[in-house]
Design a protein around this ligand. Structure first.
Ligand code: GLN
Length: 561
C-alpha cells in the first residue's frame, strides 16, 4: 500500500504548534473524530501533522482492556496496543503512528518512577507536580520530533473536570505559559436539546468552560456538537458567557458519515481560523490529498447498489453499539473497499451461538453476499463459527477470516476435508488429538509466567506471497507487511496434509515457518481466504486495503449471480 511520504518542506518559520483537544459536558460525542478531522484539514494545507492520544487510565496500554467496554484495541506497526482513536488518526491523516503517539497515566508514572530509581532526578524530591506534567510534555515533544511535525494535535481523553485528566491539563497549561501563540485549545462540547423544551441549551457548555478555566485554561475554539446546527443566538450566548470570539464557535451537527466532518469544518472556515489565530504560515489553498479526500467522500454518497455482509462472531449480551466499537477498523475497512467499488455495505452482526443452538438456522446465511469472521479469543461460539465457515465453503459464499477467522478456517478444512474430526486449536481444547492451531513456541513461557500485557506476537511483520495466489493477485506484489496480534499459529505438522487436500498457504513468514494466509484457489471458490494478521489496521480511505477490495469484488459478483 502506498505510504504517505514525509515531506521535508519548511513552510513554517516559527516553532511547532500544539493543539489540545479536550471534551466538555459528556463523552462519546466524537472528540476523536473531531481531533482527526482537524488533523485532516491542516495536512490538506501541506502542514506536517502528527496526533497524540492521551488515555487517563492506569493501564500501560489498551491491550489489557475489554474491547466491548473500551472499544477496539488498535495495533500500530511497532506493536503498540492502543486506543481506537489512534486508528481514526491514522485513517484520517493517512500516516503511520508509533508508540510515542500514545500515552496513558500508567506510562507516564512508570517512566517517572523508573527515572527516580535510576537517580535521574539528582537527589530532588520527586513530586506529582511538576514532575508528572513535565514527563507528559517530554512525551509530547518526543512524538513531535519523531514525526518532524509542524503541528501536534493532542487529544486529552475524558471530559474536563475529571480528576483523572487534571495532570494532563496541567501539562498543557505549562506549555501555554511558555509559548502563548504556539499552544491552542479546542473544546468539543455538547449542546442538548431536551425533548420537552425543544430548544438547544448552552448552559452545560458554559459550565464546562468554567471548569476548564479552573485549570487555568481558556478554550480558543468551541466545537459545538449537537443534534442540529447551531444558530446565531446560541453562538452569541456561548461567545458572551464563555469569552470566545463568535467566529471561533464551530457548529458540528450530527452526521451519518464521519468522513463528511473535515469538509463540514472547512465550510465553517476552521483551518483558516486556526492558522490565523496561531500564526501558522501554510499554503492558502488545499492540496491534492484534499481532492482525493473529497472524491472518497463523494463515493460514500453516490453508490449504485448495496451489499449484504454478515459479520459472525461469538456475540453475547452486547448491543450493536459496543459491537461496532469493538470492530471499528473492520467496519471502516469494508466501507473503503465497498464505496470505492461503487456499493454501500450493509453489515449485519450475527451471533455464531445461534447456530450452535439451532443448526438448521444456518440456512439464513444464504441471504448474504459475503461473510466475515473477525479476530477473537476463547472458546465461546467457536463451534458455531466453524459451521458458518463450512457453509460458506460449500455454498460458494465469499468468506474472509481475520486472525481467529483464519485459524478457524484451517480447522474447518481439517475437520471436513481432511476428516480429522476432532481438529481444534489448543486455545479451545488442549486435549484434542489433532491440534491444528497450536501455541507459538515463545508464547508458552509468557502464559505460564502470567506475563500477559503487551506480550502477544504484535505489530508489523513481513510475509512472502505465493505466485498466482488470490492474495498475490490482490496485493499485486509478493512481499507485504501487516500487523499482528495473536498467540497461536498453524501447526506445521499438519501443513503438508492440508496442502495436499487443496488448502493453499499463500502467505508465509520470510523463513517459511509461519503461515500468514490460507486460501482456496479462485478456480475452486469465489473467495475463501483468511489472514493470520489484521489487514483492517492498514486500510485507509485514501488507500483501501487490497484484500478487502478483492473480497468486496467477489461479493459483488456473488450478488449479481
Ligand atoms: N485467539 C487467537 C490467537 O491468540 C486469535 C487472536 C486474534 O484473533 N486476534 O492466536
Amino acid at each position: 500500500m502506498p505510504k504517505k511520504e514525509v515531506k521535508i518542506t519548511k513552510k513554517i518559520e516559527s516553532k511547532c504548534k500544539y493543539i489540545f483537544v479536550v471534551g466538555g459536558v459528556i463523552s462519546g460525542v466524537g472528540k476523536g473524530v473531531a481531533a482527526s478531522s482537524i488533523g485532516r484539514i491542516l495536512s490538506d494545507r501541506d502542514l506536517r501533522v502528527t496526533s497524540i492520544k492521551i488515555d487517563p487510565y492506569i493501564n500501560i496500554d489498551a491491550g489489557t482492556m475489554n474491547p466491548t467496554e473500551h472499544g477496539e484495541v488498535f495495533v500500530l506497526d511497532d506493536g503498540d496496543e492502543t486506543d481506537q482513536d489512534m486508528g481514526n488518526y491514522e485513517r484520517f491523516l493517512d500516516v503511520d503512528l508509533e508508540r510515542a503517539n500514545y500515552m496513558t497515566t500508567g506510562r507516564v508514572y512508570e517512566s517517572v518512577i523508573r527515572k527516580e530509581r535510576n537517580l535521574e532526578y539528582n537527589g530532588k524530591c520527586v513530586e506529582v507536580v511538576p514532575h508528572i506534567p513535565l514527563e507528559v510534555i517530554r512525551r509530547i515533544e518526543e512524538a513531535r520530533d519523531k514525526a518532524n511535525a509542524e503541528v501536534v494535535i493532542i487529544e486529552v481523553g475524558g471530559t474536563v473536570g475529571e480528576y483523572q485528566n487534571m495532570l494532563f491539563l496541567e501539562a498543557a497549561r505549562m506549555m501555554k505559559i511558555k509559548n502563548d501563540k504556539g499552544v491552542f485549545f479546542v473544546m468539543v462540547s455538547y449542546l442538548p436539546i431536551p425533548s420537552k423544551v425543544g430548544e438547544m441549551k448552552t448552559k452545560p457548555t458554559q459550565y464546562a468552560v468554567r471548569t476548564l478555566n479552573a485549570s487555568g485554561i481558556q478554550p480558543d475554539i468551541i466545537i459545538a456538537r449537537s443534534q442540529l446546527p447551531l444558530d446565531d443566538r446560541r453562538k452569541e450566548k456561548i461567545s458572551m458567557f464563555c469569552n470566545i470570539n463568535q467566529g471561533h464557535i464551530i457548529s458540528a451537527p450530527d452526521v451519518d458519515n464521519i468522513y463528511d466532518i473535515p469538509l463540514n469544518f472547512e465550510k465553517e472556515g476552521l483551518s483558516n481560523i486556526i492558522c490565523e489565530a496561531m500564526d501558522i504560515k501554510c499554503i492558502s489553498n488545499t492540496n491534492e490529498d484534499a481532492k482525493r479526500w473529497a472524491k472518497f467522500v463523494k463515493s460514500t454518497h453516490s453508490y449504485k447498489d448495496t451489499l449484504n455482509i454478515a459479520i459472525v462472531g461469538k456475540y453475547f449480551n452486547t448491543g450493536d453499539f459496543t459491537l461496532s466499537d469493538s470492530y471499528l477498523s473492520v467496519i471502516e475497512a469494508v466501507k473503503y473497499s465497498a464505496y470505492t467499488s461503487g456499493v454501500k455495505p450493509i453489515l449485519t452482526w450475527i451471533s455464531s451461538m445461534d447456530f450452535e443452538k439451532d443448526p438448521k438456522s444456518i440456512n439464513k446465511l444464504s441471504g448474504y453476499d459475503g461473510i466475515i469472521v473477525p479476530g477473537g479469543f476463547g472458546e465461546r461460539g467457536v463451534e458455531g463459527i466453524i459451521k458458518v465457515i463450512e457453509y460458506a465453503r460449500e455454498n460458494n459464499i465469499p468468506y474472509f477470516g481475520l486472525c481467529y477467522g483464519m485459524q478457524l478456517l484451517v480447522i474447518e478444512y481439517a475437520r471436513n476435508v481432511l476428516k480429522l474430526k476432532d481438529a481444534n486449536t489448543r486455545e479451545v481444547n488442549p486435549n484434542a488429538k489433532s491440534i491444528i492451531i497450536d501455541i507459538m513456541e515463545d508464547q508458552k513461557e509468557k502464559i505460564e509466567k502470567k506475563k500477559l500485557g503487551g506480550s502477544m506476537r504484535l505489530g508489523a511483520y513481513i510475509a512472502h506471497l505465493k505466485k498466482g495466489s488470490v492474495a498475490m493477485k490482490a496485493y499485486k506484489t509478493d512481499v507485504i507487511s501487516e500487523r499482528h496480534r495473536h498467540r497461536y499459529e498453524v501447526n506445521n505438522a499438519y501443513r503438508e496434509a492440508l496442502e495436499k487436500a487443496g488448502l493453499v498457504f499463500s502467505g508465509v513468514s520470510p523463513d517459511g515457518k509461519l503461515c500468514e494466509i490460507a486460501e482456496l484457489p479462485d478456480t475452486k471458490h469465489p473467495f475463501f481466504l483468511g489472514t493470520q494478521f489484521h489487514p483492517e489496521f492498514k486500510a485507509r480511505p485514501l488507500s483501501p486495503h487490497p484484500l478487502f477490495t478483492a473480497f468486496i469484488k467477489s461479493c459483488i459478483k456473488n450478488k449479481s449471480k
